[in-house]
Design a binder for this molecule. Structure first.
Ligand code: NAD
Length: 444
C-alpha cells in the first residue's frame, strides 16, 4: 500500500518513551515517514460510456463536474440549475453540447441518463434524490445526505423500494490516508478502539460561509420561488442564495457542513456503522453575528456505546482538521495530509513513581524486584516507532466519483451507501437537536 521514500529515520522505543506520546501527537516525533501511493481509481468496465447528469452546479457541483469529466468511461449529457449563470458554467466545464435546464425533472425524464450527481443545498437533497431514484437513476448525493432525520429514513426506504443505489459525497473516505488509517485500525494496531476526537476550526468570513453572491444574480436569471421550496417565502435575497448554510431552514450548520465529514471518516476508520445512542451539544453564535441562526462554535459528545466520540468545531479560531482514534495499544491520528500511527505498550516501562512515597529501604527493595521481573519482559518488546504516512492528497473526490461510476455498471456495493450516509447525517441532526433543545438526545 505504501512505498518508502528516502531512508527511514530510526527512532527507538526508548526515545519515544522518553519524549512521551504527547509530543508525538503534536507531530514533533515523526520517526519514520512513508509516502502513500495515490488511490486506486475504480474503472468503468469497457463498453458504452456511463451517461450522467448533474443537478446543482454551484460551488461543490462545479468541483464535482470538473472531476467527473476526467474519469474515463463516463460522459456528462445534461446539467440542471435554477440559476442560469450556472448553465454557462456547466457548459464551460463539460462542453457546449450538454443540455442545460432549470427543471431537473427533464433529466429524470431522459431515459439515456443512467445516473445523477446531486449537489443542491441540503434542504433539497431528499426531494431530488427520491425523485431521481424513483425515475430509475443511481445517485451520487452530496453530504449531509439529508436535512432531517425523517428525510434520511425516507431516502433509505426509496433505495430499498427502487433497487437503485445512493453514494454519499463525504469523499475523504476514498483518500489514501483514510484508507491507510482504516487498515491500521482493522489490523488491530491500536488494540480495542475506545475513543475518537474530531476537531476542525476556521477563522475567516469565507470559512464562516459569508460568500459573495454572483454579481449578476437577479430574479430574471434565478428561479428564486422554486429555490425556496417549502420554506416560508421571502423577497429575492442574494445573501440567502449564497449563504444558505447559516440558517437551519436551508442548511444544517457546522454539523451538517463540517462534522459530517469528520463523523463519516470516523465511521470509516473504526468500522462503526450505526447511529449514536446519545448525543449532547453545547455551542452558540459567538463570532459571526450576521443574522444567522446556526451556531458558530459547537462542541458535541457522541456516545456509540463502546466508542465515545468528542467533536470540537469552531468558525472563530483557525485550527487543523484532526481525526484522532484512540485504543488500548495506541493512537491513529489523521491531520493535514498524513496519518500517524503512534503505538503504546500499555504497560509500565519504568518502576512506579508511587514508590517515591516508600521509605528508602522499601523503595530499594521494590526497585530491585521490579527490575528483576520487568527488564526481561521489556527487552522482548519490539521497538515502538512512530510511523507517519503522507498522502498524495487530502481529498479523495476523483476516486470517490470513479467508485460511484464504476458501481453504476458493476453493481458492486459502495462503502458510503445510503445506510452509512444516513447514520453520519443522523448523528449531525442529533447534535443540532441537542443544541436547539438544550438537552441530551437519545438514551433513556
Ligand atoms: N463534499 C464536500 O466537500 C462538499 C463541499 C461543499 C459543499 N458540499 C455540499 O454540496 C451541496 C451544495 O453545496 P454548494 O456549496 O455547492 O451550494 P451552492 O449554493 O453553491 O450551489 C447549489 C446550487 O444548487 C442549485 N439548486 C438549488 N435548488 C435546485 C433545484 N431544485 N434544481 C436545480 N438546481 C438547484 C442552486 O441554484 C445552486 O446553483 C450541499 O449539500 C453541501 O453540503 C459538499
Amino acid at each position: 500500500m505504501f512505498s518508502v521514500t528516502g531512508a527511514p529515520r530510526p527512532f527507538s522505543r526508548r526515545d519515544f518513551l522518553r519524549a512521551g506520546s504527547g509530543a508525538a501527537l503534536g507531530g514533533v516525533l515523526a520517526a519514520r515517514t512513508f509516502d502513500l501511493e495515490a488511490e486506486q481509481v475504480a474503472t468503468v468496465p469497457a463498453g458504452d460510456a456511463v451517461r450522467f447528469g448533474i443537478i446543482g452546479v454551484g460551488t461543490q457541483g462545479s468541483a464535482l463536474l470538473t472531476n467527473a469529466v476526467t474519469v474515463s468511461g463516463v460522459q456528462c449529457v445534461a446539467a440542471s440549475d435554477l440559476y442560469d449563470g450556472r448553465h454557462t458554467l456547466a457548459r464551460e466545464i463539460a462542453g457546449p453540447d450538454i443540455k442545460t435546464t432549470r427543471r431537473y425533472q427533464e433529466l429524470l425524464d431522459d431515459k439515456s441518463i443512467e445516473c445523477l450527481i446531486v449537489a443542491v443545498p441540503d434542504f433539497w437533497h431528499k426531494t431530488v434524490v427520491v425523485d431521481a431514484l424513483s425515475a430509475g437513476k443511481d445517485v451520487y448525493c452530496e453530504k449531509p445526505m439529508s436535512h432531517t432525520i425523517a428525510e434520511g429514513a425516507e431516502m433509505v426506504k426509496a433505495v430499498e423500494r427502487t433497487g437503485k443505489f445512493v453514494q454519499v459525497g463525504s469523499q475523504r473516505v476514498s483518500s489514501a490516508i483514510f484508507i491507510k488509517a482504516q487498515e491500521l485500525v482493522a489490523s488491530g494496531a491500536i488494540g480495542d478502539v475506545l475513543q475518537a476526537e474530531l476537531q476542525l476550526g476556521r477563522n475567516t468570513p469565507d470559512g464562516a460561509w459569508e460568500y459573495p453572491p454572483p454579481p449578476d444574480l437577479s430574479p430574471e436569471n434565478l428561479d428564486w420561488e422554486t429555490w425556496q421550496k417549502d420554506v416560508p417565502k421571502k423577497p429575492f435575497d442574494p445573501l440567502t442564495f449564497a449563504r444558505w448554510r447559516c440558517w437551519h431552514q436551508y442548511g444544517t450548520g457546522m454539523a451538517g457542513d463540517l462534522m459530517v465529514h469528520l463523523v463519516s471518516g470516523m465511521q470509516f476508520v473504526t468500522g462503526i456503522n450505526q447511529v449514536p445512542d446519545k448525543v449532547f451539544t453545547v455551542g452558540g453564535i459567538e463570532r459571526w453575528k450576521d443574522g444567522r441562526n446556526m451556531p458558530d462554535v459547537q462542541n458535541t459528545i457522541l456516545d456509540y456505546g463502546k466508542i465515545h466520540v468528542s467533536v470540537r468545531l469552531t468558525l472563530g479560531t483557525e485550527t487543523p482538521e484532526v481525526t484522532r482514534v484512540m485504543g488500548s495499544k495506541g493512537v491513529v491520528e489523521i491531520s493535514n495530509n498524513s496519518v500517524a500511527f503512534i503505538p503504546q505498550l500499555g504497560i509500565n516501562t519504568s518502576p512506579s513513581y508511587y514508590s517515591q512515597s516508600y521509605p528508602a529501604a522499601l523503595r530499594k527493595e521494590y526497585l530491585h524486584d521490579w527490575q528483576e521481573k520487568n527488564d526481561p519482559i521489556l527487552a522482548e518488546h519490539p521497538l515502538a516507532d512512530v510511523d507517519v504516512y503522507r498522502g498524495p492528497s487530502w481529498d479523495g473526490l476523483r476516486p470517490h466519483l470513479a467508485t460511484f461510476f464504476s458501481a453504476v455498471r458493476t453493481r458492486k456495493p459502495v462503502v458510503e451507501d445510503v445506510v452509512f450516509g444516513n447514520h453520519a447525517a443522523t448523528a449531525c441532526h442529533m447534535a443540532n437537536a441537542s443544541y436547539f433543545e438544550g438537552k441530551l438526545i437519545g438514551g433513556k
